[in-house]
Ligand binder design. Structure first.
Ligand code: NAI
Length: 255
């Protein structure tokens, strides 16, 4: 019996990186996984890989900043798989890397729209389905950047701080509905998001070495390091956890 056997799980931004690894782990452990993303080709490829491996997955094209689409896709997923038990609010972007006084309103809002509004829309339209099902688990991707500051990407820090506290408020509001809400706080994980961030700054290899050195454990993490934490929060193994912060950061925030 898999650790999330029989559960229906939506993962946003699941075509690449942490979301893709998470969808794969959840499927390996028996869940029916709805992979959603804006990159349709990569999303379909992620679904094919899971189904070829004996898992159950289906792809929906979904931009998390489009509230009407979020509502529609979540209803479609429930029609296809029968219920909605777990939502992983994973889609996220880093956005402009400038000090606050140089940022435009548009650059600020772009990050808020994906990282904060996307989590709001996802939670808003998952909760009624979970109430119907008698409970559920919502897992929000925050970051170490939602806990501590650094000298870069101010809108990203603000967005991830918002996700951290939205998680706690929703945990309190929906505890009576048996819906648990927790946040995950990765250190730097080697994904297209981080690679692109380093490319914009210059030398990717040199940048990676500098990032490795920021983690007491000696290196950046892998998508599976986070996927395994999300799997735990999705499963009944974490049934007494809500409003919590699962920090998986190679010791970054222990300093
Ligand atoms: P990634 O860039 O590798 O993957 C993000 C996925 O989200 C992509 O498939 C992309 O197409 C999708 N996406 C982007 N905008 C979207 C939108 N509007 N609607 C739907 N999908 C959209 O990113 P990564 O690294 O896998 O990050 C996943 C989450 O983990 C993000 O929320 C990120 O902020 C968070 N995180 C990542 C860390 C890292 O070091 N990689 C560290 C801490 C948090």
């Amino acid at each position: 019996m898999g650790r999330v056997e029989g559960k229906t799980i939506i993962v946003t931004g699941a075509a690449h990186g942490i979301g893709k690894a998470t969808a794969q782990r959840l499927a390996e452990e028996g869940a029916s996984v709805a992979i959603t993303d804006v990159d349709d080709e990569a999303g379909e490829a992620a679904v094919d890989a899971i189904n070829k491996n004996g898992g159950t997955a289906q792809y929906w094209s979904l931009d998390v900043t489009d509230e009407a689409a979020v509502e529609e896709v979540f209803a479609d997923v429930v029609d296809a798989f029968g219920s909605l038990d777990v939502l992983v609010n994973n889609a996220g972007i880093t956005g402009a890397d400038k000090p606050t006084h140089e940022l435009t309103k548009e650059e600020w809002n772009e990050v808020m729209d994906v990282n904060v509004n996307g989590v709001f829309y996802g939670t808003k339209h998952a909760v009624p389905h979970m109430q119907d099902a008698g409970g559920g688990s919502i897992i929000n991707l925050s970051s170490i950047y939602g806990i501590v500051g650094a000298e870069d990407i101010p809108p990203y820090h603000a967005s991830k701080g918002a996700v951290r506290t939205m998680t706690k408020t929703d945990a309190l509001n929906y505890a009576d509905d048996n819906i648990r809400v927790n946040s995950v706080h990765p250190g730097f994980i080697w994904t297209p998001l981080v690679e692109e961030f380093l490319r914009e700054q210059g030398d990717v290899e040199e940048g990676r070495k500098q990032l490795d050195a920021l983690h007491p454990i000696g290196h950046v993490g892998e998508p599976d390091d986070i996927a395994n934490g999300i799997l735990f929060l999705a499963s009944e193994e974490s049934k007494f956890m809500t409003g919590s912060e699962l920090v998986i950061d190679g010791g970054y925030t222990a300093k």
